[in-house]
Design a protein around this ligand. Structure first.
Ligand SMILES: Cc1cc2nc3c(=O)[nH]c(=O)nc-3n(C[C@H](O)[C@H](O)[C@H](O)COP(=O)(O)OP(=O)(O)OC[C@H]3O[C@@H](n4cnc5c(N)ncnc54)[C@H](O)[C@@H]3O)c2cc1C
Ligand code: FES
Length: 277
């Protein structure tokens, strides 16, 4: 696996599927057969995707860890690199390195009740964990997925919720603002916690979304008796090298790329950004 910044075009765009107005899933395959065979990742890890002549961004893997040879990344067009990535076409080449970072502790939380809580496109790095948990559903006491977005049009992967339910998950969806067709919950994602039976002593929570959403979700979970060390949050900071060398992603005493992106709430509580409250 490449281990530093590289302009090498070593991957091919297999397709781009628009999920919402500003977010699309980019399907990528590695060019070299050897790399294709050996590539594997754990739920929650990310890759560094380089758009030739534009730049490189950290993007979480959103597909199943089972590995079909095509790796999915769900990208919101927010700036120069992500817009350029989403302007590419099937057959275009990009630079690819990874996987990097730690992962959701899906193996060590076996036999526990698992709460998966996503906000906005934060559900994308959780999606590989959801696939893993549901494929191994019998290993967990319960799997409850709580997901919220701003409006019904911003919901990611709406076609998958019924298969998540069929695979043994309790799934609750909410939006901040409904429309005339919306029949489910309205309110921020923490309001869904009132709809589920939370057994604090044996529950682990996997949480990803805007930092402020993760902060309030973690506070709520702690108030319900869940230990801070059983609450896992996936953090984002601006990245450059992705491998612990440049310091761009400094987060308190941590580097997000090297020590994260997944941290327990007790590790990061005092560094969480609550600007804008
Ligand atoms: C571990 C990890 C996983 C990620 N996974 C995903 C993913 O799955 N999908 C995805 O879409 N994105 C993901 N990101 C975020 C993505 O890497 C960044 O948004 C990246 O900066 C986009 O590059 P850009 O050039 O398109 O946008 P930028 O120009 O870098 O802008 C991105 C956003 O950051 C803001 N911004 C710009 N400059 C600054 C600054 N100096 N300080 C603070 N904010 C600034 C912009 O206003 C904009 O909202 C992830 C990031 C990390 C660290
Ligand atoms: S991005 Fe360089 S140290 Fe994390």
């Amino acid at each position: 696996m490449a281990s530093g910044y590289s302009e090498l075009k070593n991957a091919r765009i297999e397709g781009i599927r628009w999920d919402t107005q500003d977010t699309a899933t980019v399907r990528v395959s590695l060019l070299e057969e050897e790399g294709r065979k050996s590539y594997s990742f754990k739920p929650g890890q990310f890759n560094m995707l380089y758009v030739p002549g534009v730049g490189e961004a950290a993007i979480s893997i959103s597909s199943t860890p089972e590995g079909s040879g095509v790796i999915e990344h769900t990208v919101r067009a927010v700036g120069y690199i992500t817009r350029a990535l989403l302007n590419l076409k099937e057959g275009d080449f990009i630079g690819f390195r990874g996987p990097y970072g730690n992962w959701w502790p899906v193996e060590s939380i076996a036999r526990r009740n698992v709460l998966v809580i996503g906000g906005g496109i934060g559900v994308c790095p959780l999606r590989p964990a959801i696939y893993y948990l549901l494929k191994n559903r019998k290993k967990y006491s319960s799997v409850k997925i709580l997901y919220g977005s701003r409006t019904p049009k911003d919901l990611m992967f709406p076609d998958e919720y019924s298969s998540w339910r069929d695979s043994g998950a309790e799934v609750h969806i909410t939006v901040d603002r409904g429309d005339e067709n919306w029949r489910e919950n309205v309110g921020v994602v923490t309001t869904l916690l009132n709809k589920v039976d939370v057994k604090p002593e044996n529950t682990s929570a996997l949480v990803c979304g805007p930092e402020i959403m993760m902060k309030f979700t973690a506070i709520d979970l702690v108030m319900r008796g869940i230990k801070p060390e059983d609450i896992y949050l996936s953090m984002e900071r601006r990245m450059k090298c992705g491998i612990g060398l440049c310091g761009h992603c400094q987060f308190g005493g941590f580097f997000v790329c090297r020590d994260g992106p997944i941290f327990t709430y007790n590790q990061v509580e005092k560094f969480l950004n609550v600007k804008g409250i």
